[in-house]
Write a protein that binds this ligand. Structure first.
Ligand code: C2E
Ligand code: CA
Ligand code: CA
Ligand code: CA
Length: 278
């Protein structure tokens, strides 16, 4: 048994080593990727399911590595957060998204908002508000068209800086959305303390939505509570017409997902808008 154990230990150490090398490699490439502008944003439409009109788009970060191709944000965002690179990236994301949406507004899509994902780390940075102001200034986008998607974890952080920062953002007229709503294990009391505008129901509740599933009761409860609080509700991850019909009949305000359109690079999103206008 000793040899077996030793083999396992050697295997384990090798695996650990591999992971560490991969991690260092990824971090180095990420730094280089920022220097070389290897990033772009993809935009996914958010529509009103009753009128079929587009109301907003979510900006999603894409990294196109010269050798590896597209790397998932799930893989590199955590590293960007740990290393502080998220601040540089986040500033670029805000500016790019605001400029792009202002461009679409000038082209006649006047009421499109842009929803930008913001990680909790970004809120810890005291230059965050300045970055927002700068992005709005440079793009001339009206603040109400900028929506920030925050997760519930941000809301349980009652540190003065977070609370003050959220209040300042709201006073500027920026919209706050709670992303992945229902997956955090925080209490709901933050909904009373912060003037939040929108809840985004997490895809995990939408995935198996049918008349028999417990998810139906959860989604129904979120809609009832959210509407009672005067909030707007978005459902993400809509893939089937059955899901779309159920959410529409439940009174969900807005929907987003592959059924409507997948995230598209800016030029293709422009074409999507133009096709839709006709
Ligand atoms: P998220 O904010 O929950 O974004 C939604 C994810 O679901 C996106 O994955 C989107 O492409 C995907 N999605 C949209 N519709 C469907 C659908 O119908 N079915 C399925 N299966 N998936 C769908 P993506 O782009 O890979 O992003 C993953 C996560 O990475 C995001 O989750 C967000 O947490 C993070 N992320 C992406 N862009 C940014 C960014 O600019 N900043 C920050 N801080 N995080 C970002
Ligand atoms: Ca999001
Ligand atoms: Ca989400
Ligand atoms: Ca999600």
């Amino acid at each position: 048994t000793d040899t077996v154990t030793n083999k396992n230990v050697v295997f384990y150490l090798n695996e650990m080593n591999k992971e560490m090398i991969e991690r260092v490699e990824l971090e180095r490439s990420l730094r280089k990727g920022i220097e070389n502008n290897e990033f772009f944003l993809a935009y996914q439409p958010i529509i009103n399911p009753v009128t079929n009109e587009i109301v907003a788009c979510e900006a999603l970060l894409r990294w196109e590595h010269p050798e590896w191709g597209i790397v998932s944000p799930k893989k590199f965002i955590p590293i960007a957060e740990e290393t502080g690179m998220i601040h540089t990236l986040g500033k670029w994301i805000l500016k790019t998204a605001c400029l792009q949406v202002k461009d679409w507004q000038r082209d006649g899509f006047e009421h499109i908002s842009v929803s930008v994902n913001v990680s909790a780390h970004q809120l810890q940075n005291n230059r965050f508000i300045d970055n927002i102001k700068q992005a709005l200034d440079e793009s001339a986008l009206a603040p109400r068209y900028l929506h920030l998607e925050l997760t519930e974890s941000v809301m349980i952080d009652r540190s003065l800086t977070t609370v003050e920062m959220l209040r300042e953002l709201m006073e500027m007229g920026i919209h706050i959305s709670i992303d992945d709503f229902g997956t955090g294990y925080s209490s709901l009391s933050y909904l009373k303390h912060f003037p939040i505008h929108t809840l985004k129901i997490d895809r995990s509740f939408i995935q198996n939505l049918n008349k028999q599933s417990p998810d139906l009761a959860i989604v129904h409860a979120i809609l009832t509570m959210g509407h009672g609080l005067g909030l707007r509700i978005v459902a993400e991850g809509i893939e089937t017409t059955e899901q779309l019909h159920m959410l529409t009949s439940l009174g969900c305000d807005f929907v987003q997902g592959y059924l409507i359109e997948k995230p598209l690079e800016a030029r293709r999103f422009t074409h999507w808008l133009e096709r839709k206008r006709k």
